[in-house]
Design a protein around this ligand. Structure first.
Ligand code: PHE
Length: 454
């Protein structure tokens, strides 16, 4: 089958447009909301070390593989996998990876939208000066009042999903570029402001030690799996999001360079978020392992006590919602492109349909924080279960298959041609990483985690 050189869904105007959009996908709730709380739950330093190793050894090579596959195929992930498998004379069953990615995208979006809804609610809390002068207890009450009210959560979840669908229906290559260019740097500036506050909170050293002094006895194999899963989650890997964005990448852009830039930006944001949050946790005697509510119970304290806190707090949550929004778009894009390509559905219909499905599943997450809080699946709430299943199982498995596909199924010449790495040593290193190291590492972590369970 011939390979088209441009996707029917459009193309980024430049390499930078791709970098911005992919960074928009990567930087999201995963960096600012999830990274700090899972670091807190898994004992700090050792967890961060494993996470950083996974980004470097597994994340970056797989990101390159995903972008490369996407650009080669120039179609939705499902059709790309099918076409490229055929090209390499392999079975079209490889398209099932695309399907699994679509399912993972739905499931992630379903709860992602609920958490983004919390951030939306906090725009108004911050705007009404609710945090000014508040104590840790007061802030804790604001948070528990919110999550115990299913109606409010459902309303915010619905609003977030509607705005996501509105953008997806117009095509991602259009408005996204401009918006990301200004709002992402603004978010970074506000994080740096929070970091400045944390440095003066009196417990900065404690926060730094918690994040960077590794204590491996505090880390279980389950923690290692969570760190690895998070490397996939935070870089948007293993489900086709980056593959779809890669399919809009101009042919002459360097895949290696862009992938490294995106990974560095993403990791930088997560580390800054952690460094801003943990000192506040220690300065106020809060528990590090307080779970998904962590940023909602710490950052408001900073905003409540800094000059201009109402303004900065409101702006911060607006930008957080925005960061979540640019990630949410990429979660649904693989499904939408497939519906448009294969069923010839128009983009608006495809967006509404997929958005509605994710919204519906999201109701389960809304309830898991209140009326279903005691209904457990495998000992977890519905939200925890979905998060565990997608981030720690589906994405690493998806990434494993992508690595095998790039390393073993695609013809070496094609891969080389598409990646355009001029330095032969560099290409060889990447090739060895995707052929042997990443698949082996993922399988090993799974095995150790399972052994730990028995
Ligand atoms: N990377 C996003 C975040 O960190 C989440 C995401 C996962 C987006 C998978 C797309 C695909 O918030």
């Amino acid at each position: 089958m011939s390979v088209t050189r441009e996707s029917m869904h459009g193309q980024w105007s430049t390499r930078w447009a791709f970098i911005l959009a992919a960074t928009g996908s990567a930087v999201g709730l995963g960096n600012i909301w999830k990274f700090p709380y899972i670091t807190g739950e898994n004992g700090g330093g050792a967890f961060v070390v494993v996470y950083l190793i996974c980004i470097a050894v597994i994340g970056i090579p797989i990101m390159m593989a995903e972008v490369m596959i996407g650009r080669r195929g120039r179609r939705s992930p499902i059709n790309t996998m099918r076409a490229l498998a055929k090209e390499g004379r392999h079975h079209p069953n490889w398209q099932w990876l695309g399907w699994a990615g679509v399912v993972a995208g739905f499931l992630i979006l379903s709860y992602y939208s609920v958490i983004a809804g919390w951030a939306m609610a906090y725009v108004f809390r911050a705007g009404s000066s609710a945090f000014v002068g508040a104590t840790a207890d007061g802030i804790g009450t604001i948070f528990s009042d919110l999550i115990s009210d299913p109606e409010r959560l459902l309303a915010w979840h619905t609003i977030f999903m509607v705005i996501t669908m509105a953008v997806v229906s117009r095509g991602v290559a259009k408005g996204l570029e401009k918006a990301v260019r200004y709002l992402m740097p603004a978010l970074l500036v506000l994080l740096l402001l929070l970091l400045g506050y944390s440095m003066n909170s009196g417990a900065f050293a404690e926060g730094v030690a918690f994040m960077f002094a590794p204590n491996f006895s505090a880390l279980s194999w389950n923690g290692v799996l969570i760190a690895m899963g998070h490397a996939f989650f935070t870089l948007s890997l293993g489900m086709g999001a980056i593959m779809v964005y890669g399919s809009y990448l101009p042919s002459d852009a360097s895949i290696a360079k862009t992938s490294v830039i995106i990974a560095l930006a993403d990791t930088g944001v997560a580390l800054i978020a952690g460094l801003a949050i943990f000192p506040i946790v220690f300065a106020n005697g809060l528990p590090t392992g307080s779970g998904p509510g962590l940023i909602f119970q710490t950052l408001p304290l900073a905003f409540g006590h800094m000059p201009g806190g109402t303004f900065f707090g409101t702006l911060f949550f607006v930008l957080l919602v925005f960061a979540a929004w640019t990630s949410a778009i990429s979660l649904i894009e693989p499904a939408v492109t497939w519906l448009v390509e294969t069923l010839h559905m128009d983009r608006i219909k495809a967006s509404v349909l997929t958005g509605f499905m994710a919204w519906f599943i999201g109701i389960g997450t809304v309830f898991s924080f209140n009326i279903w809080a005691n209904n457990k699946v495998f000992g977890m709430t519905f939200f925890d279960f979905l998060d565990y299943l997608t981030a720690n199982i589906m994405l690493p498995l998806g990434g494993l298959i992508i690595a095998v596909f790039a390393g073993w199924v695609m013809v070496r010449g094609t891969v080389k041609d598409e990646l355009q790495i001029r330095n032969p040593r560099l290409f060889q290193t990447w090739y060895v990483l995707v052929r042997y190291v990443t698949p082996f590492a993922v399988v090993l972590v799974f095995i150790f985690k399972l052994r730990g369970d028995i």
